[in-house]
Design a protein around this ligand. Structure first.
Ligand code: NI
Length: 393
């Protein structure tokens, strides 16, 4: 370990309490996706205090702060997200959400506090940096179209060589770093199907075009897209999460509504599933002589970690963190950092945050919490990346 690196590690340790206090403040004051005005203002003020010129209002409430090193070199970017979820915080802790029905239940408060902490330390070592570091704070990760795309459309990665992000993981013990190449998080699509049949008396089905029966047929047929159409060696999910119809036991309604989600990794599989769903919908509409309208929305693309770069970072992590480094198992969840990775090579890795039962709840659970020690781990991992690419020898 170089002298500078050791010094930075000590500073990261020394400011642990401060970083935790930011996290707790954000946790108490969560804001929903696309509404993170106060959170963005909090981040802006902190960055200014540290001495950064901050660009604000990028693609919504997005912020970017740049650290220009003394000498020219590569530019690397770190991204943290900062939106909360429409979940009621059920934890009994001093830093519980003060907003009814809104909660940081995914750890984005932690990502932001950790990146702020890292920025605060690194700016003091400007003269040791050969290249530039971009600190990107992104709103609205949770709801497509998301905040990433809008920020990228403003050209924030134009001069960036590599991009990085970390996400806390309550399924992994604190200390673990999970990293890997290729597709790691799924592409997510959403569809709404409205069946317009004709209703009537429950005793006279012959006079109707029963949307509940049509909907049931659709639910069953859609299950065959993955089992019969997708290559069994490739992954995909089709889930119907909503089926609404009817209001009385003896009345056949005239309408039914289905909503579902599709997850996949491979872009061709993604296209195939959409096309098959549309074909089935059209076929069933024709068979029953009903009008069926489908509204199909493509959400985030699959997240792809650049193999070459990820191999480099994995080697660096292995050297520094040894047996704490584990393989990143692909997940069917989605993440809009995937847009960053479509634009520039980079890697998205996971940082363990489970210490006990209180920190073991799944993400998006009303009891979700994380071991705040993981915030130090995120910064130490970012430090290793920065050292490899932009520190003077
Ligand atoms: Ni998240």
């Amino acid at each position: 370990m170089s002298g500078i690196e050791a010094a930075i590690r000590i500073e990261i340790k020394e400011q642990e309490t401060e970083v935790v206090s930011w996290r707790r403040y954000l946790h108490q004051h969560p804001e929903l996706s696309f509404q993170e005005k106060e959170t963005a203002f909090f981040i802006e003020r902190k960055l200014q205090e540290f001495g950064f010129n901050v660009q604000t209002g990028i693609g919504g409430y997005g912020l970017v702060a740049e650290l220009k090193g003394d000498q020219a070199g590569p530019t690397i970017a770190f991204r943290a997200d900062f939106d909360a979820l429409p979940i009621h915080d059920e934890k009994e802790v001093s830093y519980r959400s003060q907003k009814a029905g809104v909660m940081h239940a995914c750890g984005h408060d932690g990502h932001t506090a950790a990146l702020l902490g890292f920025a605060k330390v690194l700016i003091k070592y400007k003269d040791q940096i050969k290249g530039n570091i971009l600190f990107i704070f992104q709103p609205a990760e949770e709801i497509p179209p998301g905040g990433a795309k809008a920020m990228l459309e403003q050209g924030i990665l134009k001069d960036v060589d590599y991009v990085f992000a970390a996400h806390l993981g309550s399924d992994l013990p604190t200390g673990k770093l999970s990293i890997g190449s290729g597709y790691k998080m799924a592409a997510v699509d959403k569809f709404t199907i409205t069946i317009k049949g004709s209703g009537g008396h429950g005793a006279r089905p012959q006079d109707t075009n029963d949307p509940i029966v049509i909907g049931s047929d659709l639910v069953n047929s859609l299950q065959k897209v993955v089992s019969r159409r997708v290559d069994p060696l490739k992954a995909a999910v089709v889930t119907i999460g909503l089926f609404q119809a009817g209001h009385s036991f003896n009345v056949i309604p005239d309408q039914a509504k289905l909503e579902g989600t599709v997850r996949s990794f491979d872009a061709n599989v993604r296209k195939l599933v959409e096309q098959q769903i549309r074909t089935i919908v059209n076929g069933i509409a024709e068979a029953y002589q009903a009008e069926i309208i489908i509204d199909y929305l493509n959400g985030y693309p699959a997240l792809y970690n650049d193999p070459e770069l990820t191999a480099q970072i994995t080697a660096i992590f292995n050297q520094q963190f040894r047996d704490q480094v584990i393989d990143f198992e692909p997940m069917m969840g989605a993440e809009d950092f995937s847009y960053f990775l479509q634009e520039k090579p980079g890697t998205y890795f996971r940082v363990g945050s489970q210490k006990d039962t209180a920190t073991a709840y799944p993400h998006h659970h009303p009891m979700f919490d994380f071991d705040e020690q993981a915030l130090t781990q995120i910064q130490e991992a970012f430090l290793e990346i920065a050292r490899a690419y932009v520190f003077k020898a």
